[in-house]
Design a protein around this ligand. Structure first.
Ligand code: NAD
Length: 358
Protein backbone atom coordinates (compact mmCIF):
# COMPACT_ATOMS: atom_id res chain seq x y z
CA UNK A 1 0.00 0.00 0.00
CA UNK A 2 1.22 3.50 -0.83
CA UNK A 3 2.42 5.75 1.99
CA UNK A 4 0.29 8.89 2.33
CA UNK A 5 2.71 11.79 2.76
CA UNK A 6 2.04 15.52 3.05
CA UNK A 7 4.20 17.41 0.55
CA UNK A 8 4.85 21.07 1.38
CA UNK A 9 6.47 22.73 -1.63
CA UNK A 10 7.72 25.79 0.27
CA UNK A 11 8.85 28.98 -1.48
CA UNK A 12 11.99 30.40 -3.12
CA UNK A 13 13.88 27.38 -4.47
CA UNK A 14 11.63 25.05 -2.42
CA UNK A 15 9.27 23.88 -5.21
CA UNK A 16 12.20 22.91 -7.50
CA UNK A 17 13.93 20.98 -4.73
CA UNK A 18 10.73 19.26 -3.64
CA UNK A 19 9.95 18.17 -7.20
CA UNK A 20 13.47 16.71 -7.62
CA UNK A 21 13.17 14.87 -4.31
CA UNK A 22 9.70 13.54 -5.05
CA UNK A 23 10.94 12.03 -8.32
CA UNK A 24 13.96 10.42 -6.61
CA UNK A 25 11.79 8.94 -3.85
CA UNK A 26 9.42 7.49 -6.44
CA UNK A 27 12.51 6.16 -8.27
CA UNK A 28 13.25 3.91 -5.28
CA UNK A 29 10.14 1.87 -6.15
CA UNK A 30 8.46 2.63 -2.80
CA UNK A 31 4.87 3.79 -3.47
CA UNK A 32 3.74 7.22 -2.23
CA UNK A 33 0.52 9.19 -2.44
CA UNK A 34 1.43 12.84 -2.05
CA UNK A 35 -0.98 15.29 -0.44
CA UNK A 36 0.44 18.52 -1.92
CA UNK A 37 -0.18 21.64 0.22
CA UNK A 38 1.11 25.20 0.12
CA UNK A 39 2.79 27.25 2.85
CA UNK A 40 5.09 30.28 2.76
CA UNK A 41 5.31 33.68 1.11
CA UNK A 42 3.50 32.74 -2.12
CA UNK A 43 0.32 31.40 -0.49
CA UNK A 44 0.42 34.32 1.99
CA UNK A 45 -0.71 36.63 -0.83
CA UNK A 46 -3.91 34.68 -1.56
CA UNK A 47 -4.68 32.97 1.77
CA UNK A 48 -3.69 35.87 4.04
CA UNK A 49 -1.57 33.51 6.15
CA UNK A 50 1.70 31.74 5.36
CA UNK A 51 0.46 28.63 7.21
CA UNK A 52 -3.12 27.80 6.14
CA UNK A 53 -5.05 25.38 8.40
CA UNK A 54 -5.16 22.66 5.74
CA UNK A 55 -1.36 22.24 6.03
CA UNK A 56 -1.50 21.31 9.71
CA UNK A 57 -4.63 19.21 9.14
CA UNK A 58 -2.91 17.23 6.40
CA UNK A 59 0.18 16.51 8.52
CA UNK A 60 -1.97 15.54 11.52
CA UNK A 61 -3.83 13.10 9.30
CA UNK A 62 -0.85 11.58 7.43
CA UNK A 63 1.61 11.80 10.37
CA UNK A 64 4.46 12.31 7.92
CA UNK A 65 5.55 15.23 5.75
CA UNK A 66 8.29 16.25 3.36
CA UNK A 67 8.87 19.99 3.24
CA UNK A 68 10.72 22.47 1.03
CA UNK A 69 12.33 25.50 2.68
CA UNK A 70 10.17 28.50 3.60
CA UNK A 71 11.31 32.13 3.81
CA UNK A 72 11.05 34.01 7.11
CA UNK A 73 11.05 37.81 6.82
CA UNK A 74 13.72 39.29 9.12
CA UNK A 75 12.69 41.66 11.93
CA UNK A 76 9.13 42.33 10.74
CA UNK A 77 6.34 40.38 9.00
CA UNK A 78 5.08 36.91 9.88
CA UNK A 79 6.81 34.64 12.38
CA UNK A 80 8.73 31.66 11.06
CA UNK A 81 6.45 29.02 9.51
CA UNK A 82 9.23 26.51 10.14
CA UNK A 83 9.24 27.23 13.86
CA UNK A 84 5.41 27.32 13.94
CA UNK A 85 5.13 23.87 12.33
CA UNK A 86 7.56 22.34 14.82
CA UNK A 87 5.74 23.95 17.74
CA UNK A 88 2.16 23.30 16.59
CA UNK A 89 2.86 19.62 15.90
CA UNK A 90 5.20 19.25 18.88
CA UNK A 91 7.99 17.97 16.66
CA UNK A 92 10.36 18.31 19.56
CA UNK A 93 13.46 16.60 18.14
CA UNK A 94 15.42 17.88 15.18
CA UNK A 95 17.87 15.26 13.96
CA UNK A 96 20.58 16.46 11.60
CA UNK A 97 23.20 13.97 10.46
CA UNK A 98 26.42 15.55 9.13
CA UNK A 99 28.43 12.99 7.23
CA UNK A 100 31.39 13.30 4.84
CA UNK A 101 30.74 11.95 1.35
CA UNK A 102 33.68 11.31 -0.98
CA UNK A 103 33.75 13.98 -3.67
CA UNK A 104 32.21 16.77 -1.61
CA UNK A 105 34.71 19.59 -1.29
CA UNK A 106 35.50 20.09 2.39
CA UNK A 107 38.47 20.57 4.72
CA UNK A 108 37.55 17.32 6.46
CA UNK A 109 37.05 13.81 5.14
CA UNK A 110 35.93 11.63 8.03
CA UNK A 111 33.13 13.47 9.80
CA UNK A 112 30.12 11.44 10.90
CA UNK A 113 28.20 13.48 13.46
CA UNK A 114 24.55 13.75 14.37
CA UNK A 115 23.08 16.91 15.88
CA UNK A 116 19.97 16.34 18.01
CA UNK A 117 18.41 19.75 18.59
CA UNK A 118 15.47 20.58 20.86
CA UNK A 119 12.86 22.20 18.65
CA UNK A 120 10.14 23.79 20.75
CA UNK A 121 11.48 25.87 23.63
CA UNK A 122 14.50 28.04 24.55
CA UNK A 123 14.73 31.50 22.94
CA UNK A 124 12.59 30.17 20.07
CA UNK A 125 9.50 29.90 22.29
CA UNK A 126 8.39 33.24 20.82
CA UNK A 127 8.07 34.96 24.22
CA UNK A 128 9.48 38.37 23.33
CA UNK A 129 8.69 41.92 24.39
CA UNK A 130 9.62 45.00 22.34
CA UNK A 131 11.72 47.85 23.67
CA UNK A 132 9.63 50.39 25.68
CA UNK A 133 6.69 47.93 26.07
CA UNK A 134 4.81 47.61 29.36
CA UNK A 135 5.77 43.90 29.59
CA UNK A 136 9.46 44.64 29.05
CA UNK A 137 9.13 47.36 31.70
CA UNK A 138 7.67 44.87 34.21
CA UNK A 139 10.51 42.40 33.70
CA UNK A 140 13.10 45.18 33.89
CA UNK A 141 11.49 46.22 37.18
CA UNK A 142 11.82 42.67 38.56
CA UNK A 143 15.49 42.41 37.58
CA UNK A 144 16.82 44.75 40.27
CA UNK A 145 18.94 46.93 38.00
CA UNK A 146 20.46 44.07 36.01
CA UNK A 147 18.69 45.09 32.77
CA UNK A 148 19.00 48.51 31.07
CA UNK A 149 15.72 50.49 30.84
CA UNK A 150 15.86 50.69 27.03
CA UNK A 151 15.98 46.91 26.52
CA UNK A 152 13.88 44.56 24.41
CA UNK A 153 13.46 41.17 26.08
CA UNK A 154 13.45 37.57 24.84
CA UNK A 155 12.64 34.85 27.36
CA UNK A 156 14.51 31.53 27.44
CA UNK A 157 12.33 28.77 28.91
CA UNK A 158 14.00 25.36 29.44
CA UNK A 159 11.76 22.73 30.99
CA UNK A 160 12.39 19.37 32.64
CA UNK A 161 9.92 17.80 30.19
CA UNK A 162 11.55 19.31 27.09
CA UNK A 163 15.06 18.46 28.27
CA UNK A 164 14.15 14.87 29.15
CA UNK A 165 12.39 14.32 25.81
CA UNK A 166 15.28 15.58 23.73
CA UNK A 167 18.05 13.83 25.65
CA UNK A 168 16.09 10.59 25.53
CA UNK A 169 15.59 11.07 21.77
CA UNK A 170 19.37 11.42 21.40
CA UNK A 171 20.14 8.27 23.38
CA UNK A 172 17.42 6.28 21.59
CA UNK A 173 18.82 7.45 18.24
CA UNK A 174 22.29 6.33 19.39
CA UNK A 175 21.02 2.88 20.36
CA UNK A 176 18.97 2.40 17.17
CA UNK A 177 21.83 3.52 14.92
CA UNK A 178 24.72 1.78 16.66
CA UNK A 179 26.26 5.02 17.91
CA UNK A 180 28.72 4.98 20.79
CA UNK A 181 28.52 8.37 22.52
CA UNK A 182 26.10 11.20 23.31
CA UNK A 183 27.57 14.61 24.16
CA UNK A 184 25.36 17.20 25.88
CA UNK A 185 26.27 20.77 24.88
CA UNK A 186 25.21 23.85 26.89
CA UNK A 187 26.54 26.93 28.71
CA UNK A 188 25.70 25.94 32.27
CA UNK A 189 28.55 27.93 33.82
CA UNK A 190 26.72 31.14 32.82
CA UNK A 191 23.04 30.10 32.62
CA UNK A 192 23.04 28.15 35.85
CA UNK A 193 19.30 27.58 36.07
CA UNK A 194 18.27 26.92 32.46
CA UNK A 195 21.36 25.17 31.10
CA UNK A 196 22.07 23.80 34.56
CA UNK A 197 18.69 22.06 34.45
CA UNK A 198 19.45 20.72 30.98
CA UNK A 199 22.66 19.09 32.25
CA UNK A 200 20.97 17.78 35.39
CA UNK A 201 18.31 16.02 33.33
CA UNK A 202 20.85 14.82 30.74
CA UNK A 203 22.90 13.14 33.50
CA UNK A 204 19.76 11.44 34.85
CA UNK A 205 18.75 10.13 31.42
CA UNK A 206 22.33 9.01 30.67
CA UNK A 207 22.20 6.67 33.68
CA UNK A 208 19.46 4.64 31.96
CA UNK A 209 21.85 3.91 29.07
CA UNK A 210 24.99 3.19 31.13
CA UNK A 211 27.09 0.41 29.63
CA UNK A 212 25.31 0.90 26.31
CA UNK A 213 26.06 4.48 25.25
CA UNK A 214 28.82 6.70 26.63
CA UNK A 215 27.92 10.20 27.90
CA UNK A 216 29.95 13.39 28.15
CA UNK A 217 29.42 17.17 28.31
CA UNK A 218 30.97 20.24 26.70
CA UNK A 219 30.36 23.96 27.05
CA UNK A 220 29.12 25.27 23.72
CA UNK A 221 32.06 27.62 23.07
CA UNK A 222 34.64 24.90 23.76
CA UNK A 223 32.55 22.49 21.68
CA UNK A 224 32.83 24.80 18.65
CA UNK A 225 36.61 24.70 18.90
CA UNK A 226 36.63 20.93 19.41
CA UNK A 227 34.44 20.46 16.34
CA UNK A 228 36.69 22.44 14.01
CA UNK A 229 39.82 20.79 15.41
CA UNK A 230 38.80 17.18 16.01
CA UNK A 231 35.32 16.49 14.61
CA UNK A 232 36.13 12.77 14.37
CA UNK A 233 36.07 12.54 18.19
CA UNK A 234 32.32 13.25 18.38
CA UNK A 235 29.28 11.18 17.61
CA UNK A 236 25.76 12.28 18.70
CA UNK A 237 25.50 15.84 20.07
CA UNK A 238 22.37 16.87 21.99
CA UNK A 239 21.46 20.46 22.80
CA UNK A 240 18.85 23.15 23.32
CA UNK A 241 17.26 24.95 20.38
CA UNK A 242 19.60 27.94 19.83
CA UNK A 243 22.90 26.06 20.24
CA UNK A 244 21.48 23.35 18.00
CA UNK A 245 20.58 25.87 15.30
CA UNK A 246 24.09 27.33 15.29
CA UNK A 247 26.00 24.06 15.57
CA UNK A 248 23.88 22.52 12.78
CA UNK A 249 25.27 25.06 10.34
CA UNK A 250 28.79 24.69 11.78
CA UNK A 251 28.64 20.91 11.30
CA UNK A 252 27.08 21.31 7.84
CA UNK A 253 30.17 23.39 7.04
CA UNK A 254 32.43 20.55 8.19
CA UNK A 255 30.91 18.20 5.62
CA UNK A 256 30.77 20.58 2.65
CA UNK A 257 28.03 23.10 3.32
CA UNK A 258 24.28 23.52 3.47
CA UNK A 259 23.79 21.88 0.07
CA UNK A 260 24.38 18.43 1.62
CA UNK A 261 22.86 18.75 5.13
CA UNK A 262 19.54 16.90 5.63
CA UNK A 263 17.18 17.01 8.61
CA UNK A 264 14.26 15.34 10.34
CA UNK A 265 11.82 16.85 12.86
CA UNK A 266 10.35 14.11 15.01
CA UNK A 267 7.50 14.11 17.52
CA UNK A 268 5.74 11.39 19.44
CA UNK A 269 3.88 9.96 16.44
CA UNK A 270 4.63 12.42 13.63
CA UNK A 271 7.64 13.45 11.57
CA UNK A 272 8.52 16.19 9.10
CA UNK A 273 11.60 15.97 6.88
CA UNK A 274 13.41 19.04 5.52
CA UNK A 275 16.88 20.25 4.58
CA UNK A 276 18.91 22.33 7.03
CA UNK A 277 19.27 25.12 4.46
CA UNK A 278 16.78 27.89 3.72
CA UNK A 279 14.90 28.97 0.61
CA UNK A 280 17.93 30.55 -1.14
CA UNK A 281 15.47 32.94 -2.87
CA UNK A 282 18.09 34.55 -5.12
CA UNK A 283 18.27 31.28 -7.10
CA UNK A 284 14.48 30.82 -7.41
CA UNK A 285 13.27 29.30 -10.71
CA UNK A 286 16.81 28.88 -12.03
CA UNK A 287 17.05 25.07 -11.73
CA UNK A 288 20.44 25.69 -10.11
CA UNK A 289 20.62 24.77 -6.43
CA UNK A 290 21.76 21.46 -5.01
CA UNK A 291 18.95 18.99 -4.27
CA UNK A 292 21.20 16.69 -2.18
CA UNK A 293 20.15 17.99 1.25
CA UNK A 294 16.44 17.50 0.56
CA UNK A 295 17.01 14.17 -1.18
CA UNK A 296 18.99 12.97 1.85
CA UNK A 297 16.09 14.20 4.02
CA UNK A 298 13.99 11.85 1.87
CA UNK A 299 16.51 9.13 2.72
CA UNK A 300 15.91 9.84 6.43
CA UNK A 301 12.17 9.60 5.73
CA UNK A 302 12.61 6.16 4.16
CA UNK A 303 14.56 5.05 7.24
CA UNK A 304 11.81 6.42 9.51
CA UNK A 305 9.33 4.34 7.48
CA UNK A 306 11.65 1.32 7.98
CA UNK A 307 12.13 1.08 4.19
CA UNK A 308 15.76 0.31 4.92
CA UNK A 309 16.65 -1.41 1.68
CA UNK A 310 15.27 1.47 -0.44
CA UNK A 311 16.99 3.95 1.89
CA UNK A 312 20.36 2.24 1.47
CA UNK A 313 19.97 2.17 -2.35
CA UNK A 314 19.08 5.85 -2.38
CA UNK A 315 22.02 6.86 -0.19
CA UNK A 316 24.44 4.81 -2.30
CA UNK A 317 23.13 6.40 -5.52
CA UNK A 318 23.60 9.90 -4.04
CA UNK A 319 27.10 8.99 -2.82
CA UNK A 320 28.05 7.54 -6.22
CA UNK A 321 26.82 10.57 -8.18
CA UNK A 322 28.72 12.91 -5.84
CA UNK A 323 31.88 10.77 -5.95
CA UNK A 324 31.85 10.80 -9.77
CA UNK A 325 31.50 14.58 -9.66
CA UNK A 326 30.06 14.79 -13.18
CA UNK A 327 26.30 15.27 -12.80
CA UNK A 328 26.47 17.64 -9.84
CA UNK A 329 25.33 21.23 -9.26
CA UNK A 330 27.62 24.28 -9.41
CA UNK A 331 28.34 24.31 -5.67
CA UNK A 332 29.94 20.86 -5.87
CA UNK A 333 32.36 21.80 -8.64
CA UNK A 334 35.90 23.04 -7.89
CA UNK A 335 35.08 26.21 -9.84
CA UNK A 336 31.56 27.49 -9.08
CA UNK A 337 31.38 28.87 -12.63
CA UNK A 338 32.21 25.48 -14.17
CA UNK A 339 29.97 25.27 -17.27
CA UNK A 340 29.68 21.47 -16.90
CA UNK A 341 27.65 21.85 -13.67
CA UNK A 342 24.15 20.41 -14.09
CA UNK A 343 20.86 21.75 -12.75
CA UNK A 344 18.71 20.63 -9.84
CA UNK A 345 16.51 18.41 -12.04
CA UNK A 346 19.44 16.84 -13.90
CA UNK A 347 21.25 15.91 -10.69
CA UNK A 348 18.05 14.19 -9.56
CA UNK A 349 17.89 12.38 -12.95
CA UNK A 350 21.47 11.12 -12.43
CA UNK A 351 20.59 9.77 -8.96
CA UNK A 352 17.51 8.00 -10.35
CA UNK A 353 19.59 6.52 -13.18
CA UNK A 354 22.18 5.20 -10.67
CA UNK A 355 19.46 3.55 -8.57
CA UNK A 356 18.00 1.91 -11.66
CA UNK A 357 21.43 0.76 -12.90
CA UNK A 358 22.61 -0.54 -9.54
P1 NAD B 1 19.84 29.82 2.83
O1 NAD B 1 20.17 28.50 3.38
O2 NAD B 1 18.57 29.93 2.08
O3 NAD B 1 20.98 30.29 1.82
C1 NAD B 1 22.28 30.71 2.21
C2 NAD B 1 23.21 30.44 1.05
O4 NAD B 1 23.54 29.06 1.09
C3 NAD B 1 22.58 30.67 -0.34
O5 NAD B 1 22.75 31.95 -0.78
C4 NAD B 1 23.30 29.68 -1.15
O6 NAD B 1 24.53 30.22 -1.58
C5 NAD B 1 23.60 28.55 -0.21
N1 NAD B 1 22.65 27.47 -0.34
C6 NAD B 1 21.57 27.20 0.46
N2 NAD B 1 20.94 26.11 0.02
C7 NAD B 1 21.61 25.68 -1.06
C8 NAD B 1 21.44 24.60 -1.96
N3 NAD B 1 20.44 23.72 -1.84
N4 NAD B 1 22.32 24.47 -2.97
C9 NAD B 1 23.32 25.32 -3.13
N5 NAD B 1 23.55 26.35 -2.32
C10 NAD B 1 22.70 26.54 -1.30
O7 NAD B 1 19.93 30.84 4.04
P2 NAD B 1 19.42 32.34 4.16
O8 NAD B 1 19.77 33.10 2.92
O9 NAD B 1 19.92 32.80 5.47
O10 NAD B 1 17.86 32.19 4.26
C11 NAD B 1 16.94 32.40 3.20
C12 NAD B 1 15.53 32.26 3.76
O11 NAD B 1 15.30 30.89 4.17
C13 NAD B 1 15.31 33.11 5.01
O12 NAD B 1 14.06 33.71 4.91
C14 NAD B 1 15.38 32.11 6.14
O13 NAD B 1 14.61 32.51 7.25
C15 NAD B 1 14.80 30.88 5.51
N6 NAD B 1 15.21 29.62 6.15
C16 NAD B 1 14.31 28.61 6.10
C17 NAD B 1 14.63 27.38 6.66
C18 NAD B 1 13.62 26.28 6.59
O14 NAD B 1 12.73 26.31 5.75
N7 NAD B 1 13.71 25.27 7.45
C19 NAD B 1 15.90 27.15 7.21
C20 NAD B 1 16.82 28.21 7.20
C21 NAD B 1 16.47 29.43 6.66
Amino acid sequence: MAYQVTLIRGDGTGPELVEATRRVLEGTGVAFEWDVVEAGVDIMETAGTPLPDNVLASIRKNKIALKGPITTPIGTGFRSVNVALRKELDLYACIRPCKSYVGVRSRYSDVDLVIVRENTEDLYAGVEYPVDSAEAGQIIGMANGKIRQDSAISIKPISRTGSRQIVKAAFDYAVENGRKKVTAVAKANIMKYTDGLFYEIAREVAKDYEGQVEYDEWLVDAMCMQLVQKPENYDVLVMENLYGDILSDLCAGLVGGLGVAPGANIGVDMALFEATHGSAPKYKNQNKVNPTALILSGYLMLKYLKENEAAARLEKAVADVIAEGKNVTYDMKADRNDPTAVGTAEMADAIIAKMQAG
